[in-house]
Design a binder for this molecule. Structure first.
Ligand SMILES: [Fe+2]
Ligand SMILES: [Fe+2]
Length: 483
């Protein structure tokens, strides 16, 4: 039974073809439109979702309520039968727009006409990342380091599929015909397809091995978290409620990334200490990932993810804020007048051949502000990772490269900046960047470690087992059944 927290709220109704808590059965036109989209979604899943996975029984969690602890439902599921649906956190009848020009007005239940196209673009851009990451991770199952990890990959994949549903619901419900067309286009673009790519660059990169997957879920899913958190402040209430529920799912994705990298790091440190090795070539010789390669992956994934925050100075970001469409991270928890009209914020840029700081109107610097909040969390994650070599008495520490390092978007695009923040010439960059970014050789080496470990309780040599299993089950539980 699903318990209602509020007499007016809908429970998640799993008797429906499309599980939902938005009373879909009382909106026949919307229901029919979504029931037409559903087979197209399943075709997309079968074509571009996890390869060779349709027959597997996977121990997955499914949301049974939208409460914070609504994740009680674990069980074996064949992924094409996963109950993707539409779940919004309960409505607060008294909610007000909490920032910008419309501050203190009741939150909007329908879209104000003047913001229709802007909101559509925001929703489509967010929605596009969800199927993109499933496509990027399609082939990883073939080289899983354990059943535990395989299950986590699939859990992330089905939830990214549900995030697509979340955005498609908004498009169908609030945007009429052009919303339906956008929903179809979300199933037509493909990650990395030169003719019809996904919208954002980082979502067209390959996720070609499990180290890249863990880095992606640590760095790039966390960008997702910050974007969703900013949208969870939106004056457009259905968007705020949808993204709030997505955030509860996102937390697990970041856990998969952080613990995955930590376990690789742990295994490397164990081998280094056991066999008294420091030379990366010798470390590699033991079939584990050398610390220098881990650092290069950090450099790559951090820098491409920073690009997702957009340009430092952005009039779009300013208008999203004044319009009440997209807030700051934890907007309602911070003080001030929530209009930012007289505030300033510091940004870094290249001016007259040096990297310099400049104070700019805070409204125009909202992308940087969100990015800085993001970096704070990322740094805290690195600090946790760094306790591992510390525990082993190994002096190596992972560090974040300078914000200008390897950037394609914003103030540092077109400049060459070293990880420690030196402005370089193109020639200097070309000579040295091989030490800073994963090379073909690094990818080949990491790829060579990727086998397929599917015996319950066994782990590939390059990664340590997790401290505990899923849902209090033992690590050696059969998280995926192949029968
Ligand atoms: Fe997502
Ligand atoms: Fe995610």
């Amino acid at each position: 039974m699903v318990e209602l927290t509020d007499g007016t709220q809908q429970p998640i109704d799993y008797s429906q073809r499309i599980p939902n808590n938005v009373d879909l059965s009382n909106d026949r036109a919307l229901q029919r439109a979504l029931e037409r989209w559903q087979p197209a979604f399943l075709n997309w899943w079968n074509e571009t979702g996890p390869a060779h996975s349709a027959a597997l029984q996977v121990y997955l969690r499914t949301a049974v309520s939208v409460d914070r602890d609504g994740w009680a439902n674990f069980g074996y599921v064949r992924m094409p039968e996963y109950r993707w649906g539409i779940f919004l956190t309960p409505r607060d009848e008294n909610r007000k727009v909490s920032f910008g020009d419309h501050q203190s007005q009741p939150a909007w239940q329908e879209i104000p006409g003047e913001y229709r196209s802007t909101l559509r673009r925001i929703i489509v851009t967010q929605g596009d990342t969800e199927p993109a990451s499933v496509e990027q991770q399609r082939l990883l199952g073939a080289t899983c380091p354990s059943l535990y990890d395989l299950r986590n990959l699939f859990q992330v994949n089905v939830e990214e599929g549900r995030h697509l549903w979340a955005m498609v619901y908004l498009l169908h419900r609030y945007f009429g015909r052009d919303g339906r067309e956008e929903a179809e286009a979300l199933l037509e673009r493909r990650s990395g397809d030169p003719n019809n790519p996904r919208i954002l660059t980082a979502f067209n990169e390959k996720t070609s091995n499990w180290l890249a997957f863990f880095m992606f879920t640590f760095f790039t899913d966390r960008d997702g978290k910050f974007q969703l958190a900013a949208l969870a402040e939106s004056g457009f209430d259905p968007l705020a409620r949808t993204t709030k529920f997505m955030l509860t799912e996102e937390a697990h994705h970041m856990f998969v990334g952080e613990s995955g990298v930590a376990r690789a790091l742990q295994r490397t440190c164990e081998v280094m200490r056991e066999r008294h090795l420091t030379d990366p070539a010798q470390v590699r010789g033991q079939g584990v990932i050398d610390l220098e390669t881990l650092q290069r992956f950090v450099n790559f994934h951090y820098s491409v993810t920073l690009d997702l925050f957009g340009s430092e100075i952005s009039s779009n970001a300013a208008s999203y804020y004044t319009g009440g469409l997209k807030g700051r991270y934890e907007e309602t928890k911070i003080g001030g007048d929530h209009s930012l009209n007289s505030d300033f914020y510091t940004v870094q840029e290249v001016a007259e051949g040096v990297i310099a700081s400049r104070s700019v109107p805070a409204l125009t610097a909202l992308n940087v502000r969100l990015r800085d909040d993001y970096t704070g969390e990322i740094q805290a994650g690195l600090d946790r990772w760094n306790r591992i070599p510390e525990r082993f008495g190994i002096p190596f520490r992972l560090t974040l490269p300078h914000v200008g390092f390897h950037r394609k978007i914003g103030a540092f695009a077109g400049h060459y900046v070293s990880p420690d923040g030196q402005l370089l010439t193109k020639t200097e960059w070309e000579g040295r960047s091989v030490d800073w970014l994963p090379s073909d050789d690094d990818h080949e080496f990491v790829g060579s470690l990727m086998g397929r470990t599917i015996e319950p309780g066994k782990f590939a040599n390059w990664i340590a087992p997790p401290a505990r299993g899923i849902n209090n089950l033992p690590v050696e539980f059969e998280y995926v059944r192949f029968d």
